[in-house]
Design a protein around this ligand. Structure first.
Ligand SMILES: Nc1c(NC[C@H](O)[C@H](O)[C@H](O)CO)[nH]c(=O)[nH]c1=O
Ligand SMILES: CC(=O)[C@@H](O)COP(=O)(O)O
Length: 161
């Protein structure tokens, strides 16, 4: 199933653990700023809606998606967080740069998940057009930031019950 057939903002709160005691890191890439801010807003709103406290949401900004791996690593090793959300938006340009940034970012975040005991959630849009990014950051397909926040809550508590 593709995002086309799913709304990224829809979740069943009765099935999500309460996030009141959890601490989250969110690392936000500045590239395609309007998109990543909308993703951040979606993530923050969902965390708060599920009981997280504002003071337990730590936000760091990095220049681009390529820098998300280092930003997340630094955050999870220096702040006492239960989960990290990596937020980025890569939009295809004229060259193969898109493929390098996307694969390095996905691999980097995957490596963090293998290396450390803190889950890092992949909230990086990899779109062919600006319209596709808008559709997934609060547009017709909902907000991937919301989906990432719910994943962060679920992964933070994994194996604790
Ligand atoms: N073109 C996009 C980038 N490019 C920048 C890189 O992520 C990186 O910041 C630079 O190469 C310095 O190391 N980043 C995005 O997040 N989105 C893009 O569309
Ligand atoms: C990630 C990209 O492909 C893009 O934003 C960079 O654009 P270009 O390939 O035109 O330099």
């Amino acid at each position: 199933m593709a995002t086309e057939n799913k709304n990224l903002s829809v979740y069943d709160k009765s099935k999500i653990p309460n996030a009141k005691s959890l601490r989250f890191g969110i690392v936000v890439s500045e590239w395609n700023h309007n998109i990543t801010e909308a993703l951040y807003k979606g993530a923050e709103e969902a965390l708060l809606d599920c009981g997280a406290l504002q003071e337990n949401i730590i936000r760091w900004d990095v220049p681009g998606s390529f820098e998300l791996t280092f930003g997340c690593k630094k955050l999870l090793t220096t702040e006492n967080v239960d989960a990290v959300i990596a937020i980025g938006s890569v939009i295809r340009g004229e060259t193969s740069h898109f493929d390098f940034v996307c694969s390095a970012t996905a691999e980097g975040i995957k490596d963090l998940n293998i290396t450390y005991d803190t889950p890092v959630i992949f909230c990086v849009l990899t779109d062919n057009t600006l319209q596709q990014a808008q559709d997934r950051s609060g547009g017709k397909h909902g907000n991937k930031g919301t989906e990432a926040a719910i994943a962060a809550i679920q992964m933070a508590g994994l194996g604790n019950n």
